[in-house]
Design a protein around this ligand. Structure first.
Ligand code: IPM
Ligand code: MG
Length: 370
């Protein structure tokens, strides 16, 4: 009897379902050769859920997620739902409640550009001859995204005001610092913490806490600090000066998009959002999703890049199931397929592009056997 891994599969909208189908085939094949199988329960999310049930994150979907050890997420959103009020739109009404509900406080976004794909980056090739390799660790359940009060009111003079609250506790900063430290220990051992401590009080606490935390628990890690404006500039100038970037919620949102474009196609970038909770395997419960969006312009044509979804699945195996060895094999296979010239349109650059299914097939065939 194979050991089954219970996951919730939320394909969502646009190219989400196509990428998910391809990724599931690859994951299943990689797992099967090691005696594991996926027990995947599919659920509606995003615009697909709005159309079907009137809300982006129906209670039944939440239940499916609660009963699983991890969530494999596709992508949500599209022009059809853009006229809804912002709080009901697929992106916000699905992702933010999921993050809050499962206390997914740690968002890991690897910025990896293979040397073969250097032309996909807008940076001059001589700046990144060997590609790019860094990771952004973003705090995901605090700061201005979730801080209270949030309000909007009319003023007696007829004017109007709105406010959000940026707020952090020392304990929230320490737990995300711990995630960054662990990531750095597996890499080059360098963390750059990004804040705006020359202006914001939350950032002053952030910088003090991060410094004290690394001094005390991780003195072997090389810690540096940058203000966020400078960090944004450095990311565009020389991304490889970074190993692990550690930052708060909103700065991480912005910097990780910048990192995404610097690393070429969003179609290659995966992410993990890890929670405080433990799953049935005793590992962190997490949500795993491609960095790119639902790409409505190419949806339904079967030409989207499935690699980000496949690589998100690999991260899921590593973090939520402790199957780093299988994750490694999948990552190697993706790399190998790209190196041998299999490219979807977003990364083709003169090569004859293959479609979603062929790309997934090329990866699948290259998974090293045990
Ligand atoms: C992201 C997205 C989300 C965020 C949106 C869709 C709410 O931009 O995951 O980076 O701002 O966190
Ligand atoms: Mg974003």
């Amino acid at each position: 009897m194979p050991t089954s891994l219970k996951i919730a599969v939320l394909p969502g909208d646009g190219i989400g379902p196509e990428g998910m189908e391809a990724a599931m085939q690859v994951l299943q094949a990689a797992l099967a050769s090691d005696g594991y199988e996926l027990e995947a329960e599919q659920a509606l999310v995003g615009g697909a859920a709005i159309d079907e049930c009137g809300e982006a994150l129906p209670p039944a979907t939440l239940t499916t997620c609660e009963n699983a050890s991890a969530i494999l997420f596709g992508s949500v959103g599209g022009p059809k739902w853009e006229t809804l009020p912002p709080a009901r739109q697929p992106e916000r009404a699905a992702l933010l409640p999921l993050r809050r509900h499962f206390r997914l406080f740690a968002n890991l976004r690897p910025g990896l550009l293979y040397p073969e794909l250097v032309p996909a980056s807008p940076l001059r090739p001589e700046l990144i001859p060997d590609g790019i390799d860094l990771v952004c660790v973003r705090e995901l359940t605090g700061g201005i995204y979730f801080g209270e009060p949030k309000a909007r009111h009319s003023l007696p003079d007829g004017d109007e005001e709105a406010l959000d609250t940026m707020i952090y506790k020392r304990s929230e900063i320490e737990r995300i610092a711990e995630v960054a430290a662990r990531a750095a220990l597996e890499r080059q051992g360098r963390v750059c913490s990004v804040d705006k401590a020359n202006v914001l009080t939350t950032s002053v606490l952030w910088r003090e806490t991060v410094s004290a935390f690394f001094d005390r628990y991780y003195p072997q890690i090389e810690l540096s600090h940058l203000y966020v404006d400078n960090a944004a500039m450095q990311m565009a100038r020389n991304p490889n000066q970074f190993d692990v970037v550690l930052t708060e919620n909103m700065f991480g949102d912005i910097l990780s998009d910048e990192m995404g474009i610097v690393c070429g196609s969003l179609g290659m970038l995966c992410s993990a959002s890890l929670g405080l909770g433990r799953n049935a395997e005793g590992q962190p419960f997490g949500l795993y999703e491609p960095a790119g969006g639902s790409a409505p312009d190419i949806a339904g044509q079967g030409i989207g890049n499935p690699c980000a979804q496949i690589l998100s699945g690999a991260m899921m195996l590593r973090f939520s199931f402790g199957l780093g060895n299988i994750a490694d094999r999948i990552e190697k296979a993706v790399r190998e397929a790209v190196r041998e010239g299999y490219r979807t349109a977003d990364i083709a650059f003169g090569k004859e592009p293959v479609n979603t299914a062929a790309m997934a097939e090329a990866v699948l065939e290259r998974i090293p056997r045990v």
